[in-house]
Design a binder for this molecule. Structure first.
Ligand SMILES: *Cc1c(COP(=O)(O)O)cnc(C)c1O
Length: 496
């Protein structure tokens, strides 16, 4: 069955999977969604025997239907190789009666690697299929992890350039160092004097700016996106929820067909949306637990049905979740609006003009799969310490937000269903916050001194990504105000 994609804001705007991957955002600013959601076509026993690559093939072929089997296989083989430091790619680790799905074994030690190691291959394959000869310019806003993972994926990939904008004062020391040391003749990194929402809004506006697009065209270039609005990011993220379930079956933790719950530390709503799609494809998932930090706009939305971004933006110890406009929520809105693009378009317009929209009671019923809650900064730190004291396992700040919210959910509901918590970053990425939570007396010296401290506390080998940045030279130091992002792009691409 051929699956077509259409814009959440205009059902007339349709694209094949490969066209949607190339475009990133639909021309009207909407997000591409599959017109039908296919069902997984294997048994749970079969799934439990599949490797990560095999699971990826079986899931992705259902959604990226205009890629040939060979094309898909080649993308998968090039993505999920020894860039990952474990054969399992996404192993499950049990601690304290909770299953942590470790999504940080790739090149940049955050879960963004799961999708961004395959996106460049999906995109260059899509360009060939659609006979696109323009150079593809990837424009990305990052809250810290996407930027590095995208650059690592696209660095020196022929026919592409990549520009990353990050909030200059809104990322961790390790995150910033990872980005400014990125090698590759086709990469450009820019710190902006603003927060992630400023960066994301800027990128979205530049994407749609007719003048900019005309200039690009004249220079034989076109924009695409590596942000999680691209279905080429979303589809690979569905895979690991299937893989996690297969692992639970293989280890006898669930009987084939019995349900699991999933908790996801959420920012732009991409990762948890992938879990929702997995459920729609037939994966036995009961509840989807959406965990926020103090930027709890989603928690309030699940409780009241009002999405209201008019509030202070709080910088937390889980910076990749410091987001007030969760872009991918639009895809869920579209779904619970009965796939009505005019309703979605109206709500998104209200969001951009007033910063707030409300859904109807009927739409609210469509949210019954979800539970939302949040963890304060103090609770997050306590959770890191508690998990460590009870099991010796060290989790990062984002995973700790999820772990705490998972605990709140269980205490509130008494739900005994096995729980998978998406573990989205290595604790090595957030050294100071993690060590301070466990033992403040040890959190002294520079962030780079703390690398060895964490190794001693956790007993986990220092990841290659961290070894690298200790010595790598700083190659980028560009900074601009949000209103100058477009100018900077023009300058670097030589458009003027
Ligand atoms: C990006 C990120 C998140 C949030 O994921 P979304 O898909 O944006 O909801 C959570 N944790 C870490 C470590 C991340 O990098």
């Amino acid at each position: 069955m051929q699956i077509m994609y259409r814009s959440t804001r205009d059902s007339q705007l349709r694209a094949t999977a490969s066209q949607a991957v190339l475009q990133g955002l639909a021309p009207d600013g909407g997000l591409y969604v599959p017109e039908t959601i296919p069902s997984f076509d294997g048994s749970w026993e079969e799934l439990s025997k599949m490797s990560y690559r095999e699971t990826a093939r079986r899931v992705m072929r259902l959604l990226l239907t205009d890629y040939t089997e060979d094309e898909l296989q080649s993308c998968i083989d090039r993505a999920y190789d020894d860039k990952f430091d474990t054969e399992k790619i996404a192993p499950l680790r049990e601690a304290n009666g909770t299953e942590y799905l470790e999504l940080f074994h790739g090149a940049t030690i955050a879960f963004k690697d799961m999708a961004l190691s395959i996106l460049p291959h999906l995109m260059t394959t899509a360009a060939k299929k659609n006979r696109i000869t323009d150079e593809i310019v990837i424009l990305t806003a990052t809250s810290g992890d996407t930027g590095k993972a995208a650059m690592a994926g696209f660095a020196d990939v022929p026919g592409t350039k990549i520009i990353v904008f990050y909030p200059k004062d809104g990322v961790s020391v390790v995150q910033e160092r990872q980005m400014v040391t990125q090698r590759g003749a086709n990469v450009h990194v820019v710190g902006i004097h603003g927060n992630f929402d400023d960066a994301q809004t800027g990128v979205k506006n530049i994407f749609r700016d007719p003048d900019m697009n005309r200039k690009l065209k004249e220079h034989g270039m076109r924009f695409s996106s590596a942000n999680s609005i691209n279905i080429g990011r979303l589809v690979p993220q569905i895979v690991y929820y299937f893989y996690a379930y297969g692992q639970l079956v293989a280890e006898g933790r669930v009987k084939p067909g019995d349900v699991m719950n999933i908790t996801v530390p959420t920012g732009n709503f991409g990762n948890i949306l992938a879990a929702y799609y997995a459920k729609q494809m037939g994966l036995p998932v009961a509840k989807l637990i959406c965990a926020s930090n103090e930027n709890k706009v989603l928690v309030d939305f699940f409780r009241t049905g009002a999405y209201d971004r008019n509030r202070d933006f709080i910088l937390t110890s889980s910076p990749s979740m410091d987001i007030l406009i969760s872009s991918n929520l639009e895809r869920l809105i579209y779904r619970i609006a009965g796939e009505d693009s005019s309703v979605t378009a109206r709500l998104m317009k209200e969001l951009s003009s007033d910063g707030v929209y409300c859904i109807t009671e009927q739409m609210k019923e469509g949210l019954s799969d979800f539970y939302g809650n949040y963890a304060t900064e103090e609770e997050t730190a306590q959770e890191i310490k508690e998990v460590y004291l009870r099991s010796g396992y060290v989790i990062d700040t984002h995973t700790a937000v999820a772990s705490k919210v998972c605990r709140k959910y269980r205490e509130e509901t008494g739900d005994p269903v096995p729980m998978v918590v998406a573990s989205t970053a290595s604790p090595y990425k957030f050294l100071r916050a993690v060590i301070t939570a466990i033992d403040p007396a040890k959190a002294e010296g520079s962030d780079f001194d703390l690398i060895d401290v964490l190794r001693d506390i956790s007993g986990v080998k220092i990841p290659l990504a961290i070894e690298d940045i200790r010595t790598a030279p700083v190659l980028h130091d560009c900074q601009v105000d949000p209103q100058d992002m477009e100018k900077e792009i023009g300058r670097w691409l030589g458009l003027d």
